[in-house]
Design a protein around this ligand. Structure first.
Ligand code: GLC
Length: 429
């Protein structure tokens, strides 16, 4: 087989389509809906087996008086994020957008308006790319399986054993809603389907037709890989997606396809331990953890989609905002080592990680150690070195005992930035 055979048409098209995305590296995930009121996460209707009636008070009450997506967009932008993905519909079936195909939508709550439109306008105005999360599951739709479905709130409920439903109608409903989302809101950059399980995967969702519809409406939109199929195949299904979507994990070796070529991927990560607002969960990650996680993603050729769960009033939790602000301050000084950067062929260094872009190698130093910092195999290859945060000169030296290696001469016994000290190494061409 020729080496060039592995660069299939599908592979090259996907690379082209996802270019802006892999350059962007950092996005905001927003999980928001009726579940912000009970404030126990977005799965509560399922975990607590609530009926539609028991969940209905939240629909009657939903009135996010502080919803100000311009503010959210400013927070995202200040955090250094380049795009956002927001729940247009989550598993509970509630739509934040004004759909012709259901009454179960924000326009029929006290909110009384299309909250997705405001999100799209606000994020676009800040120059961010815009995405929609759309749940394949739907616990409100009468044609979605109930008794036998493993996640449905009415699973195993005798009252639903004989319930009859027409799943084909549900598949039409999804296609109609996705058509609305990709018709009524201008150009959309990401459509994020969630999720397939057991036999509920691929063509069961009408996936080929759904994706054909998506591509016909918006040829440039990129799609995650949760409709099913095998994104790693040399010739993946049309619905296998443009990027992989590891959840709450950063893949140890990044993600390659079956031919060993890198695939676009995005790790989605919560800031505390829930997607939807959870009032009790104060277990937030620190800015240092977030920055290092982002760098880990980039060093392995991936993105990070970091989640916030705004509350019932429409406020992003204060703690989340604080972390995002700090991450943004660090990113402003160190942007060149993140955006448009990717994996390096060099082995992971003992003191941290490398990211790379063209002839610039970025050393992300986490562990100061003692003495000079070793750059394995880089002797004679470094044209100059600068502390990325302030542009100041960093001296590089060699040591006779280690002829292959270069060494960073660090002044002082502590790193200037305890979260991540980045040294920009300009390599000889
Ligand atoms: C899981 C959860 C869902 C969440 C998603 C984010 O699929 O079911 O609630 O939206 O992860 O990736």
């Amino acid at each position: 087989m020729e080496q060039s055979d592995i660069f299939t048409k599908e592979y090259l098209e996907r690379q082209e389509r996802t270019k802006w995305f892999t350059d962007s590296r950092f996005g905001l995930f927003i999980h928001w809906g009726l579940y912000a009121i009970p404030a126990r996460g977005e799965w509560l209707r399922s975990t607590e087996k609530l009926s539609i009636e028991e969940y209905d008070p939240f629909f009657q009450e939903f009135n996010p008086v502080h919803y100000n997506p311009r503010e959210w967009a400013r927070v995202a932008k200040a955090a250094g994020m380049k795009y956002a993905v927001m729940t247009a519909k989550h598993h509970d079936g509630f739509c934040l957008f004004d759909s012709r195909f259901t009454d179960y939508k924000a326009t029929n709550t006290p909110a009384g308006r299309d909250l997705i439109r405001e999100y799209v306008d606000a994020f676009r105005a800040e120059g961010l790319a815009v995405g929609f999360y759309y749940s394949l599951l739907d616990w409100h739709h009468k044609d979605f399986p109930k008794y036998s479905d493993r996640g449905h709130p009415m699973r195993g409920n005798e009252a639903y054993r004989e319930d009859s439903f027409d799943f084909a109608r549900y598949v039409d409903y999804m296609r109609n809603q996705v058509t609305e989302l990709l018709t009524n809101y201008g150009p959309i950059d990401v459509i994020w389907f969630d999720f397939s399980y057991d036999e509920m995967t691929g063509e069961v969702w009408g996936a080929s037709e759904l994706v054909r519809t998506v591509r016909a409406l918006q040829p440039d939109v990129i799609i995650d890989n949760r409709l099913g199929g095998d994104i790693k195949a040399r010739h993946p299904e049309v619905y296998a997606g443009d990027f992989a979507s590891p959840e709450q994990i950063i893949p140890p070796e990044g993600i390659l396809n079956e031919d060993g070529l890198p695939l676009p991927w995005e790790a989605c990560i919560t800031l505390n331990n829930h997607w939807g607002y959870n009032a009790m969960d104060r277990d937030y990650k620190s800015p240092k953890q977030v920055i290092r996680a982002l760098i880990e993603c980039v060093s392995k050729g991936g993105n990070m989609l970091l989640n916030v769960g705004p509350d019932a009033k429409g406020e992003i939790p204060e703690e989340s905002i604080r972390v995002l602000n700090d991450v943004g301050k660090w990113l402003r000084r160190n942007a060149a080592s993140v955006y448009n950067c990717g994996r390096s062929e060099l082995l992971k260094p003992q003191w941290g990680r490398y990211t790379e872009r063209e002839n610039k190698l970025y050393a992300h130093i986490y562990d100061r150690g003692i003495g000079h910092i070793n750059l394995q195999g880089l002797t004679g290859k470094i044209k100059r070195a600068r502390l990325l945060a302030d542009g100041s000169e960093i001296k590089i030296r060699t040591l006779r005992e280690y002829p292959e290696d270069a060494f960073i001469v660090m002044n002082g016994s502590q790193l200037p930035d305890d979260w991540d000290t980045v040294i920009e190494l300009e390599l000889e061409q």
